[in-house]
Design a protein around this ligand. Structure first.
Ligand code: NAD
Ligand code: AKB
Length: 315
């Protein structure tokens, strides 16, 4: 690989695990982690404090480390962005422009930018949501992701920027905590099942959403980035699917290991966000173009989360 990799937003839920995997693949010193805040875990390679809205600082770091690939993870997620729509729009859009412009100016060669199932809205078919369908998102986060997808495709078509993207579903892992999304309950529930054997869920029991275990998300991310350029036929963003479940279904899965675990439901403003999203995703294009296939089902996910969090929380 020519040049180094920069991960922006590396202290967050995905960045924490992605940096670890990229360093295993490319070597510790070839992956520069960066964030506006300190990392959640001890670093095994270079780390820079970076505010992605500061273009000058971004260029300095890119030149200092001879960066050629950028993974842009900094963003406000759905629930947090609803509380501060103007800032959510500013961060989510201008971070993307700052990185896309580095591609346009031929300073970097390749960009990964994640979109989300939040690009879909209440008028989208909710079951097996196709790649190409009605998209009328009702959250500022979803609007920013949809606009971001259009800009990615535009920069590819007009300026030849090699930008690649996937629409992540809700992500679940035990190595890092989520940062303000509507799907966060599906991580918190495991902590509470172990710590207190009870959980008050902010979504109703039958709210089914598309989800994915973090190792599958990292696999999809690295797989799309390592694919040949010619294989990437979609330059907006690819649907990818993992598993779908509701709070009731994940509770039943946890109860197989912790029979005394109890859940109660107190839906809040995040219920409206969840209601506007798909329940399951059709990812035939990702499968066809770059052989995407998830590994982890609900049963495996639940066992991995419980086994690892028990060790972490009880140590
Ligand atoms: P996160 O909130 O856990 O992490 C985002 C990181 O960005 C944080 O560490 C934060 O400190 C950092 N950040 C915020 N403002 C910054 C700035 N100005 N400059 C530099 N860093 C800044 O989010 P995540 O879950 O890791 O998500 C990463 C990306 O993936 C986002 O674009 C998100 O929309 C997308 N995504 C995530 C999920 C999910 O379930 N986690 C699902 C779909 C899409
Ligand atoms: C959120 O809930 O905001 C994220 C997402 C699905 O984009 N997890």
């Amino acid at each position: 690989m020519e040049g180094r990799v920069l991960v922006i937003g590396s202290s967050g839920q995905i960045g924490t695990e992605l940096v670890e995997e990229l360093r295993t693949l490319y070597g510790n010193d070839n992956v520069i982690a960066s964030d506006i805040r300190e990392p959640q875990i001890e670093q095994t390679g270079p780390f820079e404090i970076l505010d992605i809205l500061n273009k000058v600082q971004l260029l300095e770091i890119v030149e200092k480390h001879n960066v050629k690939q950028v993974y842009l993870l900094a963003a406000l997620l759905s629930a947090t962005a609803e509380k501060n729509p103007a800032f959510g729009w500013d961060l989510n859009m201008n971070s993307l422009f700052n990185v896309l412009d580095l591609g346009k100016d031929k300073i970097i060669d390749k960009i990964f930018w994640p979109s989300s199932i939040a690009v879909f809205g209440p008028t989208t078919p909710q079951q097996n949501t196709p790649q190409y369908t009605i998209m009328e998102p009702t959250t500022v986060y979803g609007i920013s992701k949809q606009a971001g997808e259009r800009w990615c495709e535009y920069y590819f078509e007009k300026y030849g920027v090699d930008v690649r993207s996937i629409r992540y579903p809700g992500l679940i892992g035990y190595k890092s905590k989520p940062g303000g999304g509507t799907t966060d309950y599906a991580v918190d529930i495991f902590y509470q099942a172990i710590l207190t054997q009870k959980y008050e869920c902010f979504l109703s029991e039958d709210t089914t959403l598309p989800m994915m275990f973090m190792s599958d998300a990292i696999k999809a991310t690295i797989s799309i980035m390592e694919s040949e350029k010619s294989e990437i036929q979609i330059r907006s963003s690819y649907n990818v699917s993992g598993i779908s479940f509701s709070p009731k279904e994940i509770t039943q899965e946890i109860q197989k290991s912790i029979p005394d675990f109890k859940i109660s439901y107190e839906p809040d403003y995040r219920q409206d966000i969840a209601n506007s999203w798909p329940q399951s995703i059709d990812d035939e294009y990702a499968n066809k173009d770059w052989s995407w296939k998830p590994d982890i089902d609900l049963n495996k996910l639940s066992n991995i989360m419980l086994n690892n969090l028990k060790l972490i929380l009880k140590s």
